[in-house]
Design a protein around this ligand. Sequence first.
Ligand code: HEM
Length: 453
Amino acid sequence: MIPPKPPARAERVSLWRYLRLFRQDILSAQPERLYRAWMAEFRTPFFRSYLVNQPDLVRCVLKERPDDFPKSDRISEGLRPLLGESVFVTNGEAWKRQRRIIDPAFEGGRLKDTFPAMRDAAEAAAARLAAHAGEEVEIEEQTSHAAADVIFRTLFSIPIEHRIAREVFHEFRAYQRTQPILNAAAFVPLPRWLPRGHRRRTRASARAIRALITELTAERMRAIEAGTAPDDLATKIMTTRDPVTGETFTTEEMVDQVAIFSLAGHETSASALAWTLYLMAIFPDWQDRVAEEARANLPRDAPADFAAVSRLRVTRDVFREALRLYPPVPMMVREATQAERFRDRDLPRGAQIVLSPWHQHRHTRLWDNPDGFDPARWETENGRSCAREAYMPFSAGPRVCTGAGFAMVEGVLLLARLLRDLKVAPGTRPPPMPVAHLTVRSRKGIWLKVAGR
Ligand code: HEM
């Protein structure tokens, strides 16, 4: 059985038709040939963009010469009202300084300190889902709730039931509904002079989220000064000095960072977990193996320890395979700061370079059985070489996702914990169809039947 894949569009369409398709969904707006092309050029009256799948070119852009290919403003634009000058949207020196302060909070050793908060969130998520045993539930809603809970517990030591956490979570939902896709301007050739604006409701949501986050951050700053702050990610980040300048973040700068952690940390993990659970529903043999591994390593009578997660090998392979088929961030955009020559083609300065985990992960010339679900592939030679050359759910290079290690522990733990006691099966509605909103979601939700094991 082949898991759901969006239909490709016809090879040739007019620019206007393309724009219309794009507004609906960036995945089905693309032609089939992108799954076998090494590079594809999109010529438009205003500028050119290039989707690059060839592994050595992707490596060049992300790992070898990242400073020559900064993040494109076009993509940041839509997110600025919410994210301000956060690490997700900045470039150059400002970005380097922010990473120097943030990265230590997400290092391996630190993850161990964060683990108990994650475990509590996993327990709470399992209890919430168990309350629906015997019912058909929309699983993205459940995983969003769980991922938001993980973020608030690890960052600010508060559960999602906390007043502010709950309000931020609800506002994020409203925000996601009004923000159609990452902002078409990110990928689509809209000229810069065309007014696009942010919808009023999107801006209002962004303002509401920032006001709530400011409340939390200012309160935390006071607790740090009073010496009463808990030892969580927020305290760690707010007290870390930049090793180069000796500065710490101001409250305002921290608000920008908290906004991106809340958004990037919750939307992406929620999407990944929801698709993984769907895959488990349609591949029950794999689901049983995950459940068995969970029973052996996450005992019911004692809290799970950090080391147990590294023993969840099958669960990890399953989660990696889900991230391959449904990478939550389907595409990334960079801009060439100088003329380049890629595959015997001249790219002008200012060219938009689209790196697409979505297409690279399903590339027919790189992967065996590219559209199939096969967690055992990671043990094969093809799987191992593709893991190095053609797999980038968290991006790569210096701008790699700060939360990659965090997300791999979170996803594996939650998946195992949920399936230890619960079983999921396909619901009665039609299979979900992936669409790219802020992250890869399904057009009409992912409905699963939940039962006790
Ligand atoms: C399965 C979960 C996740 C996936 C698939 C994911 C994926 C990504 C990707 C692909 C990027 C690069 C985007 C680009 O260059 O345009 C990114 C950046 C980022 N992610 Fe994640 N992410 C996940 C979870 C998290 C979590 C849990 C956090 C924080 C708690 C986080 C924080 C960030 C930040 C701060 C950046 C910006 C890094 C920079 O530009 O320097 N992410 N993520």
